[in-house]
Design a protein around this ligand. Structure first.
Ligand SMILES: Cc1cc2nc3c(=O)[nH]c(=O)nc-3n(C[C@H](O)[C@H](O)[C@H](O)COP(=O)(O)OP(=O)(O)OC[C@H]3O[C@@H](n4cnc5c(N)ncnc54)[C@H](O)[C@@H]3O)c2cc1C
Length: 401
């Protein structure tokens, strides 16, 4: 049986950044990454908006705020050092009406508290920045950037393998047992033993943590999957957006609302919405899982969440099913966008933890349980913050042999 000092479960950006950080802080330790898919970064890390968030939205003092503002700096540095295509292009958060303007002022205060450079601008300056965008005011955030996080994942994987660590692809962790010397992980292939285990399993975070450390490790936490559907502006209309255009998000939800983002490939993505998915990997409406639905229904917090948020849920579903409504969300920011300008693009699915009280867990959640550390909630901006999340986990890891 293979034995290593540390196993990281999950080859998404958080798992890879964690493995890299462990190798950097403990160069003499052996590390293996276990990933169930045939390639790294195939789930959330390869299916997102590709934005390097500046740290506008997050509760001052939260782990998210701290690791996002530090993480965007390290992410840009990492991209520079490794020749990864990226840009710090800035973004505008646009107030379409007076109520939005009031919430924009609150966002400006958050920027100040989080150390993010942002400037409130009027319609004239907004037109200079984004000639096709309409609004009564906007927050111009200079430090926001873009990157393809799948490129970052591939680069991290190369570095990890270059440090003689192994990435086992196509290997799914199913259960674990404690031995005198460590934890043995049972997989669909060969088992593997480790002194320490870190799980970063995204959409399966709670399941994998439970399989490794038992029920107590995930008490009061359940991952709910929210599909984020995108459309893309046809090439002849891509000039309508220069960089990144966001609405003023509903402060009750961690989702940022349908936005328009020009990626490093020059394509303009429109989305994502946030539709409750009927399977953890429910990338399309028709993908459902009885097991995932039963698990969701058994968690008491889910029903509290559903009672409180059914109206938001129905709105998002309607926007998913009606291209007219989806277009209307884009038109609120860029009135010239027409239905025919938008073509379907691949969706992503967000892993979002909810608590027993039915509230969406806003902050990152990382728990230690015996020999293991579990990342239980790493929603956006975890891609931006990934290098700092990894560094933080590496400092939490202690070897007492
Ligand atoms: C639509 C959307 C838009 C987003 N936009 C942004 C953005 O613009 N900027 C930003 O910073 N963040 C964004 N995010 C959030 C960001 O993508 C995620 O926070 C981040 O990718 C989480 O990384 P992860 O490694 O935790 O999860 P994942 O990338 O999902 O990786 C988890 C990995 O674990 C593996 N795994 C699961 N179970 C097992 C098992 N049993 N055995 C072995 N392997 C297993 C999976 O196959 C997967 O590869 C967005 C997310 C979505 C979905």
């Amino acid at each position: 049986m293979e034995r290593v000092d540390v196993v990281v479960v999950g080859g998404g950006i958080v798992g890879l950044a964690t493995a890299r950080a462990i190798l950097r802080t403990n160069p003499s330790r052996s590390v293996a990454v276990i990933e169930k898919e045939g390639a790294v970064g195939t789930h959330q890390s390869g299916r997102n908006s590709g934005v390097i968030h500046a740290g506008v939205y997050y509760q001052p003092g939260s782990i998210k705020a701290r690791l996002c503002t530090a993480g965007r700096v390290s992410m840009v540095e990492y991209c520079r050092e490794h020749g990864i295509d990226h840009a710090v292009c800035g973004k505008v958060v646009v107030a379409a009406d007076e109520p939005d303007r009031v919430r924009l002022a609150e966002l400006e205060r958050r920027c100040e508290a989080n150390g993010v450079r942002a400037e409130l601008v009027g319609p004239d300056r907004l037109r200079e920045l984004e000639p096709h965008v309409a609004g009564v005011a906007a927050l111009h955030v200079r430090d926001t950037g873009i990157v393809d996080y799948a490129d970052v994942c591939r680069s991290l994987a190369k570095e990890i393998e270059g440090a003689d660590a192994r990435i086992r692809l196509g290997c799914e962790v199913r259960s674990a047992r404690e031995t005198a010397s460590g934890l043995v992980l049972e997989t669909n292939g060969e088992p593997i033993e480790a002194l320490r285990v870190v799980t970063c399993a995204g959409l399966h975070a709670d399941e994998v943590a439970r399989a490794v450390s038992g029920d107590a490790a995930v008490a009061g936490v359940r991952v709910i999957a929210f599909r984020g559907e995108y459309r893309e502006l046809v090439a002849s209309r891509a000039h309508l957006v220069r960089s990144l255009v966001y609405p003023v998000a509903n402060p009750e939800y961690p989702f940022l609302g349908v936005h328009l983002t020009r990626g490093v490939d020059g394509n303009v993505h429109v989305g994502p919405n946030a539709v409750l998915a009927f399977a953890r990997e429910g990338y399309e409406w028709r993908r459902t899982s009885g097991r995932d639905l039963r698990g969701m229904a058994r968690f008491p917090g889910f029903w509290r969440f559903a009672r409180r948020n059914w109206r938001f849920g129905l709105d998002e579903m309607a926007r998913s099913l009606s291209s007219r409504r989806f277009t209307a969300a884009a038109q609120r920011l860029v009135p010239e966008v027409q239905r025919a300008d938008l073509v379907a693009a691949p969706a992503g699915v967000r892993a979002q933890a909810i608590g027993r009280d039915g509230a969406l867990m806003d902050d990152f959640v990382i728990r230690t349980a015996g020999r293991a550390i579990h990342v239980l909630n790493a929603p956006s901006p975890a891609a931006t913050a990934s290098l700092e999340i990894g560094a933080e986990i590496a400092t939490k890891l202690h070897f007492d042999d």
